[in-house]
Design a protein. Structure first.
Length: 387
């Protein structure tokens, strides 16, 4: 029998999903491994989806999304992000992950190198490898505020470097890049003739009042930035699978074309729900963001009281804990031991690339009680291991 594709066979499954499956089989586990909001999608969004289905919005839609949704997204980008984007420069996808995959798919060829941050969003390196690209990691170090070192970035450039990936607000560090850093990233990409994929799915989940999300496309004068956004976390719509990409030139049409053989089109009903998310009341959305602010404060205080070093997030729904003080590498084995001993499931730092060593990520999407008790159990496990 013929073998399966080498790149697929070599694909490494995310350790977070390994923990997810294991935790699902462990009754009473405190779930801190995934960014699954504890909130149900706001009712006005759900009701709009029911109404859309009853009205017959149950068929195929355009490859790149409904015109009515893209028109609303054009307004959102202008009002929220300060970006000007026409409806033909917006591509709606089945979730932010598909928008990212689609972006890489139209840019990289086998052997092309991609600059990826570490600690960085999981799955990016495997996504690049699956498409035949070569990940090249640049460090986001805590002693530098989890900001990129442009001297290090410059040293990674080769004749094969094609794309740079940036993520702010950042999963897993929680860092929101200052305007000067965002501008410098775009200028770096321009200087080295790179495409820049800017993951901004947490654009409206800034938790620190002193931080401001600044979109990379604001400084793009050459049409080299592809911006990625999503409804999943901001609106508690993870299962609806609606994300979108914003780009200029030929990129949007290429993405629409390649979306056809991948998924045909995003769900029409989900897109109608997304329209309700954009046009409906903001109070439920803001209430969720305020809850994440409170959970972040609680998480930091609980960690510090338990003797753990926490990196206070400025945005997203995650927080990193440094476990290296206890001699732990924060890897998959540690995470599985913690799950079995304390019934707490976390994301091991190893999933975030080489820069994640010695850390673990806890999700602020869980309830306050789960966060507080989970962090306390992590501390107990580390302290018992030290004895």
């Amino acid at each position: 029998m013929p073998d399966v594709a080498r790149l697929v066979r070599e694909y490494r499954r995310s350790a977070i999903r390994v923990l997810f499956d294991e935790a699902s089989r462990t009754e009473g586990t405190l779930r801190l491994e995934v960014g699954e909001p504890s909130f149900v999608t706001p009712q006005h969004i759900i009701e709009q989806a029911f109404q859309a289905a009853r009205q017959g919005h149950t068929g195929y839609g355009p490859n790149g999304g409904l015109l009515s949704l893209r028109a609303l997204l054009s307004e959102k980008l202008s009002q929220v992000n300060g970006l000007t984007a026409g409806v033909d420069e917006i591509v709606v996808c089945p979730g932010g992950m598909n928008a990212l995959y689609n972006s890489f798919a139209v840019l990289i060829e086998p052997g092309d190198e991609v600059l990826l941050p570490t600690p960085g969003f999981p799955n990016m390196d495997e996504m690049v490898r699956l498409l035949g690209g070569v990940p090249r990691f640049f460090r986001l170090r805590p002693d530098n505020g989890f900001l990129p070192d442009f001297d290090e970035l410059g040293s990674l450039i080769s004749g094969k470097t094609k794309v740079m990936f940036s993520n702010s607000p950042s999963n897993p560090t929680g860092r929101v890049f200052p305007e000067a850093v965002v501008r410098a990233i775009v200028e770096f990409a321009d200087r080295h003739d790179l495409w820049l994929i800017s993951d901004e799915v947490y654009d409206q989940l800034v938790l620190d009042p002193s931080a401001v999300h600044v979109p990379a496309a604001r400084f793009d004068t050459a049409g080299r930035v592809i911006s990625i956004f999503s409804f999943s976390k901001v609106y508690a719509m993870t299962g609806w699978r609606v994300g979108y990409a914003v780009a200029r030139g030929d990129i949007p049409q290429l993405m629409r074309s390649t979306q056809e053989p991948q998924v045909s089109c995003p769900s029409t009903i989900s897109q109608k729900a997304a329209e309700a998310a954009l046009t409906g009341p903001r109070q439920p959305i803001e209430a969720m963001r305020e809850a994440y602010v409170e959970r972040a404060t609680l998480a930091v205080k609980t960690a510090e009281a338990a003797g753990l070093r926490a990196y206070e997030p400025q945005g997203t729904i995650y927080m990193l804990l440094d476990v290296s003080d206890y001699g732990s590498d924060g890897g998959l084995d540690f995470a599985l031991e913690l799950l079995r001993a304390q019934q707490v499931s976390i994301a091991p730092g190893s999933v975030f690339g080489p820069g994640g060593a010695g850390t673990v990520r806890v999700s602020l999407a869980a309830s306050e009680a789960t966060i507080e008790n989970g962090i306390k159990r992590i501390a107990v496990h580390l302290q018992q291991g030290r004895r």
